[in-house]
Design a protein around this ligand. Structure first.
Ligand SMILES: Cc1cc2nc3c(=O)[nH]c(=O)nc-3n(C[C@H](O)[C@H](O)[C@H](O)COP(=O)(O)OP(=O)(O)OC[C@H]3O[C@@H](n4cnc5c(N)ncnc54)[C@H](O)[C@@H]3O)c2cc1C
Length: 414
């Protein structure tokens, strides 16, 4: 099968697995299944991967998977920055939070790379595999049901409607998944008291190097070093965006300058509110990640908070676990419901633990700083990390590797 080769509905049996969504979860699973020889089709509603502010972090665990797949060397030739430590500044106190240099991985850093480069890389490697097909501008609209199970997907393309009949549909269509809605799977909302405003500001050669979280009176900003620019995340209380807009762009620029005085002379780069993107934060989880013929992975199964920047990591871990579990069975036919349930059994615990830590940080640290009227003091866990650098290995493991990191066990077709 070739990329975009068919504009018509493929014949029954031609596609074994249809993956809805070409994000990190969908593209990684598509690559792994095709590598194992499973005929797979990924549907992506957009025409390309060029979307900004989707999280540009490639964690050591993902880099380790790239090593296991023999892709690491070529992957690291793509332009990227390397964050070996994460730091936070609370008031005037600068504290190192995570030190990745002790991780038992080939890469002891987070690679900062535009997500479209990562997805394009996977797509390009996928295209080399005869079992891989990617259909862009293909928006899945509904599940096809036959005999009490999901048996395929209906999609819209510029060339007209498309129907894909297959043994398994994987919904990897993100936090606003149309597939999980159509399936009627129950979503548990876990609550997020924050939203994030993303923006870019020029980075000068004499700026600090470090990717940094800055906490001060009622304000939090995270600055990610992207070479010639800073990707800045300004954290606000949920629903507070309208109020910020009403105060005006000058007042907003002043808030940023108050946090990071050296950015002041660059703040004219925020010309209007179009230069500031609101990203609504959601934390949720499906009660059941599967039904006969359908499996949900990534943000579709569990939307993550941006805290720790681990959403992409978890999405990819789901994809690897799903390929480990399903690649061989899919070569023989439709996987049973019990087999599909195995993915939730493996990945739910790491997801729950990670979300629990994120919610703790949201409620105990972030919300308190946003509500504070005076200069915040570093909370005790941060003070401990500052005093005992050895402890910085713990957040490094949590952020860099995650809980229960997966390894590639799915086969490579001969
Ligand atoms: C403010 C914010 C900042 C974040 N920052 C980070 C970060 O720095 N690092 C990090 O690791 N994570 C971050 N995250 C989380 C991260 O973006 C997600 O966890 C991750 O992208 C999930 O990957 P996914 O493949 O499951 O879904 P997505 O990345 O959402 O991909 C889903 C794909 O499906 C496509 N799609 C949707 N519907 C359809 C359809 N009907 N038909 C076909 N295609 C469809 C979409 O176009 C998209 O390409 C952040 C999240 C937020 C909200």
């Amino acid at each position: 099968m070739n990329d975009q080769a068919q504009t018509q509905t493929p014949a029954r049996g031609e596609v074994r697995c249809c993956i809805v969504g070409g994000g990190p979860a969908g593209m990684m699973l598509g690559y792994l299944l095709a590598r194992a020889g499973v005929p797979v089709m990924v549907l992506e509603k957009h025409g390309d991967f060029l979307r900004d502010f989707r999280g540009d972090t490639i964690h050591p665990s993902t880099l380790e998977l790239m090593h296991e797949l023999g892709l690491l060397e070529d992957f690291l030739k793509l332009p990227h920055q390397e964050a070996r430590q994460l730091a936070g500044q609370v008031g005037d106190t600068l504290i190192n939070i995570a030190d990745f240099s002790y991780l038992p991985t080939h890469c002891k850093f987070i690679a900062l790379m535009p997500q479209w480069d990562f997805l394009n890389f996977l797509a390009e490697r996928g295209r080399r595999l005869p079992a891989f097909a990617l259909r862009t501008e293909a928006e899945a609209t509904a599940l096809i049901r036959e005999g009490g199970r999901v048996a395929g997907v209906r999609a819209q393309t510029p060339q007209g409607p498309l129907e894909i009949h297959c043994d398994l549909v994987v919904a990897a269509d993100g936090r606003h998944s149309a597939m999980r809605k159509d399936a009627g799977l129950e979503v548990m909302e876990l609550g997020a008291p924050i939203d994030v405003l993303w923006m870019r500001l020029r980075r000068r050669a004499d700026d600090p190097e470090q990717t940094l979280g800055r906490f001060d009176v009622g304000r939090i900003m995270v600055m990610i070093n992207r070479g010639d620019y800073w990707q800045c995340a300004f954290v606000i209380r949920k629903g507070g965006y309208q109020e910020i807009r009403e105060r005006g762009l000058d007042a907003f620029r002043e808030e940023i300058a108050g946090l990071m005085p050296y950015l002041r002379e660059r703040l004219h780069e925020l010309r209007d509110w179009d230069d500031v993107k609101l990203l609504t934060v959601t934390v949720d989880r499906l009660r059941r990640w599967q039904m006969p013929g359908l499996l949900c992975i990534g943000d579709c199964a569990h939307a993550m908070s941006p805290i720790g920047g681990v959403g992409i990591n978890l999405a990819i871990q789901d994809a690897v676990a799903a390929a480990n579990l399903l690649a061989k069975p899919l070569l023989d036919g439709a996987p049973s419901y019990d087999l599909l349930r195995g993915l939730q059994e493996r990945r739910e615990w790491p997801t729950r633990m990670t979300q629990a830590v994120q919610i703790l940080v949201q409620n105990k640290v972030i919300s308190r700083v946003l509500a504070s009227q005076g200069r915040p003091a570093p909370p005790w866990p941060l003070r401990l990390l500052g005093r005992w650098p050895l402890l910085q290995r713990l957040p490094a493991r949590l952020v860099g590797l995650g809980i229960r990191p997966e390894h590639v066990q799915s086969p490579a077709a001969g």
